[in-house]
Design a protein. Structure first.
Length: 159
C-alpha cells in the first residue's frame, strides 16, 4: 500500500506565506500545543475575504475546494479534499452553545504563533479563544478536549 503524497510541512508553509488570515483550530492545534491527541483531518477558520488566497495555498499541495468562494461564504463553511481532508469555517462570527459570540477578527488579533518546524509558523487561536471554539458543539470529544485545554490553561497535568 502506498502512503499519501500529502506534505503537511508544505501545506503549513503555503498557508503561512499565503497572506490569508487563517487559524488552525480543532484537534490538530491541540496536538501542536503538546496535548496527547490524534486526529485524521485539519480544521481551519479563515476570514471570508481571504478564501481565494487560502485555496491557492491549498492547491499548491493538491487540495481542491468543494465549493466556490461565493458559495462557501454563503454557507459559512466548505471542505478542501484530495489525499487529506480540511474542514474550513469561513463565518465572521460563530456562537458557542450558550450564546457567546466568537468573532474571527477578534480571535485573529489575539492569535498565537506556534512553530511547526523551523521557519514554518502556524497561526492558532489563543488558549482562551481555542477553548471558546471547542464550545461551538457538545460532541463527547469536544467535552473531553475542553477538560484538556482547561488543565493546560490552569497549568495542570494533561497526560
Amino acid at each position: 500500500m502506498e502512503g499519501s503524497a500529502f506534505d503537511e510541512a508544505a501545506f503549513f508553509a503555503a498557508v503561512a506565506t499565503s497572506g490569508a488570515r487563517a487559524l488552525l483550530i480543532g484537534r490538530r492545534v491541540m496536538a501542536a500545543l503538546g496535548l496527547p491527541l490524534l486526529t485524521a483531518d485539519y480544521d481551519y477558520w479563515v476570514h471570508p475575504a481571504d478564501l481565494a488566497a487560502f485555496n491557492a495555498a491549498a492547491a499548491a499541495v493538491g487540495l481542491v475546494p468543494n465549493r466556490a468562494p461565493e458559495q462557501a461564504r454563503a454557507l459559512g463553511r466548505y471542505v478542501l479534499e484530495n489525499d487529506e481532508h480540511v474542514d474550513v469555517l469561513c463565518a465572521r462570527v460563530v456562537s458557542t452553545l450558550d450564546g457567546v459570540p466568537v468573532a474571527f477578527d477578534e480571535v485573529f488579533t489575539r492569535r498565537q504563533s506556534l512553530e511547526y518546524a523551523p521557519g514554518i509558523p502556524i497561526a492558532a487561536p489563543s488558549l482562551d479563544d481555542l477553548i471558546l471554539t471547542k464550545k461551538w458543539s457538545s460532541r463527547d470529544r469536544d467535552i473531553a478536549d475542553l477538560r484538556l485545554l482547561e488543565a493546560l490553561r490552569g497549568g495542570g497535568r494533561t497526560r
